[in-house]
Write a new protein. Structure first.
Length: 203
């Protein structure tokens, strides 16, 4: 990743943290010592929802593995897609990393944060929200649209090679398709690409 796209990713994590921090306020339910894979689908969903409420990063990553299997079998289930998205973000380590962001030493802090975040799970979260939006746009919250748009913006910057290129790239160029999707999601989330330093007249 280019340094500037990394910073945009951090901006995304701040938005994600802000919108999700109220979710992580309850204690998880006790589920004995059963392997979630041995539970019924309904119990797996309840288990995942309880883990999501706990804020336990490792448990959310493990629950994501279970729910992503359910999503694979039920790709048209909007609620499952959005549950998987939330688990992926929680399991990525973003909420833990953002708590350690040192604004007085941003360059080093950003590198440390990236080293502690599972970027594959961050990308998976965006993919699940995109899937849910394609099925039922009204089911996706403004925060989910904005957060996903910011993740896509970071991905577009990486594909383009530099964040600054996003203001000049055109149809067919590396990063263009992802930028278009980012723009759409950010708008649906109530934002504007210009708020993040991108002003592309081609969009």
């Amino acid at each position: 990743m280019k340094k500037i796209s990394v910073i945009i990713l951090v901006v995304a994590t701040i938005f994600i943290y802000t919108s999700c921090q109220q979710i992580f306020t309850y204690s998880a339910l006790e589920w004995a010592q059963r392997d979630p894979a041995d539970l019924s689908p309904e119990q797996q969903i309840s288990y995942a929802e309880s883990i999501l409420s706990s804020g336990d990063t490792e448990a959310m990553a493990e629950a994501y593995d279970v729910i992503s299997d359910l999503v694979a079998d039920n790709p048209d289930d909007v609620d499952l897609q959005l549950l998987a998205a939330d688990l992926a973000i929680g399991g990525s380590g973003i909420t833990d990393a953002i708590a350690n962001l040192d604004l007085d030493n941003l360059d080093t802090s950003v590198e440390d944060i990236l080293a502690s975040i599972d970027l594959d799970l961050v990308a998976a979260s965006a993919a699940h929200v995109e899937a849910a939006a394609s099925l039922d746009p009204a089911a996706v919250s403004a925060d989910q649209y904005l957060n996903t748009g910011l993740i896509l913006l970071a991905q577009a910057a990486e594909e383009a090679g530099d964040f600054g290129d996003l203001s000049t790239i055109n149809t067919g160029a590396p990063g263009w398709d992802t930028l278009v999707r980012a723009n759409d999601f950010i708008i649906l989330g109530g934002g504007n690409l210009a708020d993040y330093g991108v002003d592309n007249a081609n969009l």
